[in-house]
Design a protein around this ligand. Structure first.
Ligand code: ATR
Length: 280
């Protein structure tokens, strides 16, 4: 890790791989906007022994870390305190290293998504029909905040139905959740369709029948691309969705919530989102 004067608080995003993470750029933009001096770097951790590597960073004086794939669940395990939303998600994306040596964990992914939907895109969740594609860790992180906004219906569709069922069983008390396979979806239209699968990593889209897209449907991809539409965004546009949005705004919003946890100030996210889009 680079050497910094003691007066500058140090933060990092840890993951594997992490080299292409936009988090350093985003957090340094926030700090610039707030006229605060921090350092923020991307640190690739070895897959084995996450706790020991985090302890080392903590000993080196890191104040906080964002955690990305594949360590979010392990990050949850090493925390001595967790926020209710981290507790519910079973995953932590924001670690705070407290002066007494304790580690606090939070999960800002769900808040990042709902802020991007509501504040940046004026998309309403209450009384709407929502379809979520996928049943992995990404979905676990965003389910509770979405359900808290009381959609009329929230359906989780996944290739492996069992995985969706297990996931939904943890949230069933929170609202109107149901699960199905892609073939069982029928022709009911959804107001909001969220792609939370990993299909985009290989430039694919999940096997979704376009019948679920109506002329008012909004499609949202948790993934983002700066150099063009994601595969899902392109697919949704070509299938007549009212709009299709990628997850860059969510990325910036979850970062802003982490920044708030660490620094106690709320940043202007739209300026940072616009700058990121413009630069590519
Ligand atoms: P993450 O933590 O990013 O959610 P994950 O836990 O590995 O990653 O989950 C990946 C999700 O993407 C799963 O829901 C997976 O479906 P299965 O549970 O059936 O495997 C889904 N997924 C990955 N590739 C997909 C594809 N090509 N089409 C549809 N779903 C896909």
């Amino acid at each position: 890790m680079a050497e910094h004067p003691v007066s500058i608080d140090r933060y990092a995003v840890v993951g594997n791989p992490v080299a292409h993470s936009l988090s350093p750029r985003i957090h340094l933009s926030f700090a610039g906007q707030m006229q605060q001096q921090i350092s923020y770097e991307a640190i690739e951790l070895a897959i084995d022994d996450f706790p020991a590597q985090i302890e080392k960073l903590q000993q080196q004086g890191l104040k906080g870390a964002n955690v990305t794939v594949p360590f979010k669940q392990q990050a949850w395990e090493i925390c001595s305190q967790r926020s209710p939303r981290a507790e519910q998600a079973g995953a932590v994306n924001t670690l705070s290293f407290n002066d007494n040596g304790e580690i606090s964990g939070d999960n800002t992914d769900g808040t990042g998504l709902t802020r991007d939907l509501q504040d940046n895109h004026d998309i309403r969740i209450p009384h709407r029909k929502i379809l979520i594609l996928g049943a992995g860790g990404a979905v676990r992180g965003v389910l509770a905040p979405l359900l808290a906004l009381e959609p009329e219906r929230l359906v989780i569709a996944n290739r492996t139905l069992k995985k969706a069922e297990i996931l939904a069983s943890d949230f069933i008390s929170a609202g109107a959740v149901s699960t199905c396979g892609y073939d069982d979806l029928g022709a009911d239209k959804f107001d909001l369709i969220i792609n939370a699968t990993a299909a985009g990593l290989s430039d694919q889209v999940p096997p979704l029948n376009e019948k679920v897209i109506g002329s008012n449907s909004i499609c949202y991809d948790l993934m983002y691309r700066l150099d063009g539409p994601t595969a899902f965004v392109a697919w949704a546009r070509s299938r007549g969705a009212a709009s299709a949005i990628d997850g860059l705004g969510m990325l910036v919003e979850q970062a802003a919530e982490s920044f708030y946890i660490w620094r106690g100030v709320r940043v202007n996210t739209s300026e940072v989102i616009d700058n990121l889009r413009d630069k590519f």
